[in-house]
Design a protein around this ligand. Structure first.
Ligand SMILES: [Zn+2]
Length: 383
């Protein structure tokens, strides 16, 4: 496909004009970025009574850090027989063995899937000491959900693998966020596409917007961008009327050429209003916690599920080597526990009703998570 060829040329042009687009962090002052609108949704009430907050000594022993980084991993194809592929198409493919291995590693390193909503609500509900991961799947590709001729879920499709992993590891829920292209989701006819989308929701997954036609925003007028977002949302709602669409994944990771980023978060077109709480890039690295000052709702980085620099294996290795960088839960969703040396990184206006608990006295600020020195995959490197 032609856009794949164009994409791969961009990947290997890293360092040229393509890569001077702003990365996730450090660019707020240079653009027309709106303030992060995080107060859009009421927080869900916890199902069970929340446990008591552990003593500070226990928080310190476990390494609790609710201002830490959250990996948002980006998948496309999960396919063992993808056929002959261009290098860019290969970049978007993960074998079933690689996907299973990613899940094993995430589990072993203490990551558990959460929804985008939990992340954006600042209500991450994980037991003490565990860390959140958000699994995302773009483009509604056929290998993401597939049924066998007998009507059973194909155990080799992405959601089949995730379901089986959940059966083996009940504390690893089937939470994933699907950024859907609504014209022909999963390569299926409309009725089948509709039933697949509904099945995903019933399993615990979220459906979100990836626009109508997957056109790159850096080549479009603001009016055309609004139209792509509004009609993408409408297309999903036509198939699943009760879907809650409030997150956008940028096609190719491209921002509007006008730099009018407010149009990504809210706008109107064709009589349709959209209001996005968050906008995801196509790659880059782990995401800041939503309470972090460096969090930008219109520019949230993801980790591409590839090998090599700045891919999922790279970052899982990095989290293992630097455990202080990641978000680690205190076990109480309504309390945000942060070690004292990171308290200056917290934007207290973003707590969304949660209580900030700073613990651990004073410590040097030198080891603030997400420091410089990592290879960053360009956020616009993929589909
Ligand atoms: Zn895409």
């Amino acid at each position: 496909m032609n856009h794949f060829v164009k994409t791969v040329s961009r990947i290997f042009l890293c360092g040229t004009a393509v890569c001077v687009l702003p990365f996730a962090w450090g660019c707020a002052g240079k653009s027309a970025a709106p303030a992060a609108p995080l107060a859009a949704k009421p927080a869900a009430a916890p199902v069970a009574p929340a446990p008591a907050l552990p003593a500070d000594e226990e928080l310190a022993r476990v390494g609790v850090n609710e201002a830490g980084l959250v990996p948002i991993i980006e998948y496309h194809e999960i396919n063992d027989k993808p056929g002959k592929m261009s290098r860019s198409a290969a970049l978007l493919n993960r074998s079933t063995a690689q996907f299973r291995h990613d899940l094993e590693r995430l589990y072993a390193q203490g990551f558990r899937p959460i929804t985008m909503r939990e992340y954006l609500d600042n209500r991450i509900d994980l037991p003490l000491g565990l860390s959140p991961v958000i699994l995302t799947f773009d483009d509604a590709r056929a290998s993401q959900i597939r049924y066998l001729p007998d009507g059973k879920l194909d155990p080799e499709c992405a959601i089949g693998i995730l379901q089986a992993f959940h059966t083996e590891h009940p504390d690893f829920p089937v939470h994933a966020t699907f950024f859907v292209l609504p014209k022909h989701p999963f390569g299926s006819a409309p009725a089948e596409a509709q039933s697949k989308l509904r099945a995903l929701v019933s399993m615990g997954c979220e459906l979100q917007n990836h626009t109508l036609n997957h056109r790159y925003f850096n080549r479009m007028s603001d009016a055309a961008i609004r139209r792509e977002i509004a009609l993408g949302q409408a297309g999903i709602l036509q198939l699943v009327p009760d879907a809650h669409i409030d997150v956008l994944a940028l096609p190719g990771g491209y921002l509007p050429r006008s730099r009018n980023h407010a149009i990504l978060l809210s706008g109107d077109s064709d009589g349709i209003h959209y209001a996005n709480r968050a906008v995801l890039m196509a790659a880059a690295g782990p995401a800041p916690a939503t309470i972090a000052k460096k969090f930008l709702a219109w520019h949230i980085p993801r980790i591409l599920a590839v090998e090599g620099d700045a891919g999922v294996t790279y970052w899982l290795n990095d989290f293992k080597q630097h455990p202080k960088r990641r978000y680690v839960s205190d076990g109480v969703p309504t309390t945000v526990s942060v070690p004292a040396y990171l308290s200056s990184t917290v934007d207290r206006d973003r707590l969304q009703g949660a209580e900030l608990h700073v613990y651990g006295g004073t410590e040097a600020v030198a080891s603030v998570p997400g420091g410089k020195g990592h290879p960053r995959r360009p956020h616009n490197a993929v589909e």
